[in-house]
Design a protein around this ligand. Structure first.
Ligand code: NCD
Length: 298
């Protein structure tokens, strides 16, 4: 039984294999019926648009069925049922569980009580491994994951997509620039681990100093829901913004990614520039999650 909890659980060969598989799925026009008769449970204890709908689309394209618990207020969670019990019960109904939860470590805990594979679709500020797969997939469509410089901009403290992506990038030969305002910097333990893995990481607070060196710019939203109070959020809100003027100083082939949703951190005028790849990135969720579901349930 294969759980997908952290991107750390993958080797580089496994990541490459999955992404190659996703590519074949996309090239083959998403054909397949391999999961007919199988059931995927979606348990989302936090809001989601792309992750949830793309998992549903992936399962539908593979001929499978979905069941879901989306309105936590209408479930026995409000009666005080534990996550462990919920997972034990849903394991009896479905062939795999996709879980999003506000608590870091929730997916790892769920995997201990599940008798079917658990896929972590985001655990608090922890990890979001399937997002990382589609982030890598999108980069690979444009650039080799070798010898390039990748800027991570925004809420690097609470952003789980950044935490997963940073670990994955350390398996490749790339340089990372962590660009964040004070208070949103990449946690020191992540930086330490990256350096131990011999990845070059540089920290910046001003994007304009480094924009000209980047091949990829990965922008993130400030994770307001993770802040202890409103004042600390407002002290950093709207503290960075990607504009056409900023990108004019970038390389012609620079690609801009964002896991979405976006608030004000990317100027809508960027959308029509060739740099903007975030909607393509969101679309790539389908072949990537199809490959992942086949791997986990096939
Ligand atoms: C991200 C998440 O939930 O971590 N969204 C996503 O899955 N595409 C990013 C975010 O919410 O900012």
């Amino acid at each position: 039984m294969k759980h997908i909890i952290s991107i750390r659980d993958f080797t580089r060969e496994e990541l490459d294999g999955l992404l190659d598989h996703a590519r074949r799925i996309e090239q083959g026009g998403y054909a397949g019926n391999e999961l007919a008769g199988r059931i995927l449970a979606l348990l989302f204890f936090e809001p989601s648009t792309r992750t949830r709908i793309s998992f549903e689309t992936a399962m539908a394209r593979l001929g499978g069925e979905r069941i879901s618990l989306d309105c936590v207020e209408a479930s026995s969670i409000v009666k005080g049922e534990s996550l462990a019990d919920t997972i034990r019960v849903i394991s009896g109904y479905a062939d795999a569980i996709v879980l999003r939860h506000p608590k870091e470590g929730a997916a790892r805990l769920a995997a201990e009580f599940a008798s079917v594979p658990v896929i972590n679709a985001g655990d608090g500020a922890g990890q979001h491994p399937s997002q990382t797969l589609l982030d890598l997939y999108t980069i690979r469509e444009h650039l080799p994951l070798r010898g390039i410089e990748i800027g991570l901009l925004g809420d690097l403290r609470y952003g789980r997509t950044v935490h997963s992506l940073t670990y994955a990038l350390s398996l490749y030969d790339v340089m990372v620039h962590a660009i964040a305002p004070e208070g949103l910097k990449l946690p020191q333990n992540v930086i330490h681990e990256m350096k131990e893995r011999e990845m070059e990481v540089h920290e910046w607070s001003d994007i304009s100093k480094i924009i000209g060196d980047l091949d990829v710019l990965y922008v993130t939203r400030i994770q307001r829901e993770r802040f202890p109070d409103a004042a600390s959020y407002y002290s950093v809100a709207s503290s960075y913004r990607v504009t056409p003027e900023l990108l004019a100083g970038g390389k012609p082939h620079l690609i801009v990614l964002h896991p979405l949703p976006r608030l004000d951190e990317i100027d809508p005028r960027v959308d029509s520039l060739p740099h903007a790849r975030y909607f393509e990135q969101a679309r790539n969720a389908v072949p990537v999650r199809m490959a992942l579901l086949k791997e986990v349930m096939g």
